[in-house]
Write a protein that binds this ligand. Structure first.
Ligand code: ATP
Length: 513
């Protein structure tokens, strides 16, 4: 799939998501709650499908990655060791009179149209003074303050002795403390990965851009452990030659945003990333492009600048998606060295080293950390697949069948016997076969097709008089394809197998015609 993203602005996207039951504001009847969202019947299906697609590709189909599900609240020492308690947060600007709070890097981005990510507090202060920046005519209190992004809670019944705890701001930190237990119980040896999917919480100064920046969101994260002394066998020729669009660090340092096209091999040769980092960049680029259907031109890699790099990171590359707000981070891929395992070893006094067969020595492994948010992923999928089809007179959401909330809709031409019961029989069989199906008997067939187009259902099965009557079409139903609107008649007894093969892309709809 390769097409220009339909220019839906954020408001239109939010309206569409609400109208169709993908996403609502949390507690909307009470006026919502900034940074929190609820996922409706279609949103929860789409999210689950995206998570399952990831799990299938990265856990079930591979023998070097295993899953885990860590607790949201854990021993606060984890967050002290990782450095989150001391450093996780943002730069906060406060206006002098009304004490309005703004996230400093975002304010600079909006005002001066330059990347705020790469700027430190001193640079932002200088820019404010030099450009005489104000907010609604108000000056700012300087110096800039640090604002912790950690959401706190209290655990235990005794208020006086109550211990402070945190809602995790990322899922990754529950992987590191479990590293040895998981490696031992799953009998994994280097290199191998541990991944998990779960909720994360950040006290974002200004949640915005719909579900792009929330205070509660879901992350998909992986730590891929390896010994840097050992050359990887994963970085294939095919990946080495994979061409990607890149926004380089030096371009951003010069205040520009022009992209260049490079192969992953070139990024390695130029010493920007190591081979295993390049392997994961290419693997996720291919995942988003080929398995999910996000088009090449809407994906780019952005290299973090030296000032922006976290203190532990040796190199970070983001995979950005071109949302209606422009290219923005969908995923981060950081090379964190062995910072986290070393810190947890230091704080917990538990050895984090493992024996590496390849070098016959003990090592505290290094990690590449791919990390992305399910909400940003879901937003990209909706942007990419949304088309307001003027000819049809309705929206078409052309998501890949594997991630569509419903795979098939069963539509009896009329409700009454014998058409209705026959349709119900087909629907029950599809459900029995674990195919997410939707049954709809209200309105004209044209209207029902339009409703399914709008929620991304790739196939509709229509049961009509010919299904029941004598003649050459007896015992057949029509399958209608969402993207081409073509129809084909197939035998009732073959329908669930055909739908299954279509969803798994083992056959193409054209092959049936
Ligand atoms: P940003 O610079 O946009 O604040 P970040 O660099 O702090 O993001 P990471 O800490 O690298 O984000 O988190 C990994 C991923 O988690 C991001 O790539 C993004 O997909 C997702 N994510 C982070 N913060 C949020 C949020 N507030 N709402 C939704 N998703 C988020």
């Amino acid at each position: 799939m390769s097409k220009e993203v339909q220019k839906l602005n954020l408001e239109e996207l939010a309206t569409f998501c609400k109208k169709k039951g993908f996403v609502f504001q949390a507690a909307e009847i009470y006026g919502g709650f900034a940074g929190f969202f609820d996922f409706g019947p279609l949103g929860v299906e789409l999210k689950n499908n995206l998570k399952q697609l990831y799990w299938r590709e990265f856990v079930h189909k591979r023998d070097d990655i295993v899953g885990q599900d860590g607790s949201i609240i854990t021993n606060p020492k984890v967050w002290e060791a990782s450095g989150h308690v001391a450093t996780f947060g943002d730069m906060l600007l406060t206006t002098k009179d009304t004490k309005t709070k703004l996230r400093a890097d975002h304010f600079i981005e909006d005002e001066l149209n330059i990347a705020g990510d790469a700027l430190g507090p001193k640079e932002i202060e200088d820019l404010i003074v030099k450009n005489n920046l104000k907010y609604n005519g108000e000056d700012f209190e300087l110096p800039i303050q640090f604002f912790s992004g950690m959401l706190q809670t209290q655990i235990g019944a005794d208020v006086t002795k109550q211990s402070k705890a945190y809602l995790r701001p990322e899922t990754a930190q529950s992987i590191f403390p479990n590293f040895k237990s998981v490696a031992e119980t799953s009998r994994q040896t280097l290199p191998f990965g541990i991944t998990q999917i779960g909720k994360a919480y950040r006290n974002e100064i200004s949640p915005r851009d719909f579900v792009f920046r929330c205070r509660e969101f879901e992350q998909i994260e992986m730590e891929y452990f390896f010994n840097p002394e050992v050359e990887t066998e994963l970085f294939t020729k095919e990946l080495e030659e994979l061409k990607v669009q890149v926004l380089l660090a030096e371009t951003q340092d010069n205040g520009k945003s022009d992209m260049v096209e490079k192969t992953l091999g070139q990024l390695v040769e130029e010493n920007r990333i190591n081979q295993i980092h390049a392997y994961w960049l290419g693997t996720f680029f291919n995942f988003f492009n080929k398995s999910v259907g996000l088009s090449w031109e809407n994906l780019r890699i952005r290299e973090h600048t030296k000032t922006e790099l976290s203190h532990y990171s040796q190199a970070t590359m983001d995979i950005d998606y071109k949302y209606s707000m422009g290219y923005k981070e969908m995923m981060g891929l950081a090379y964190r060295g062995n910072y986290d395992l070393s810190k947890h070893q230091e704080y917990s006094k538990t050895k984090m080293e493992v024996f590496d067969e390849a070098t016959k020595s003990k090592v505290i492994p290094h990690v590449i950390e791919p990390s992305f948010g399910v909400e940003r992923f879901m937003m990209a999928v909706i942007y990419e697949s949304y088309t307001d089809d003027k000819e049809r007179g309705n929206v078409v959401l052309s998501v890949k069948p594997s991630i569509a909330p419903y795979k098939v809709a069963v539509l009896p031409l009329v409700k009454k016997d014998p058409i209705g019961p026959k349709a119900k029989e087909i629907y029950d069989e599809l459900i029995d076969e674990d195919i997410q199906a939707f049954y709809d008997e209200s309105g004209s067939v044209g209207k029902r097709y339009a409703r399914q187009d709008e929620i991304g259902t790739p196939y509709c099965i229509t049961i009509d008089y010919e299904t029941i009557e004598e003649g050459e079409n007896k015992g057949t139903v029509t399958i209608r394809d969402r993207d081409s609107t073509n129809q084909v008649r197939v035998k009732v007894e073959e329908v669930s197998q055909i739908i299954r093969n279509l969803i798994r892309e083992k056959i193409k709809f054209e092959d049936l015609q």
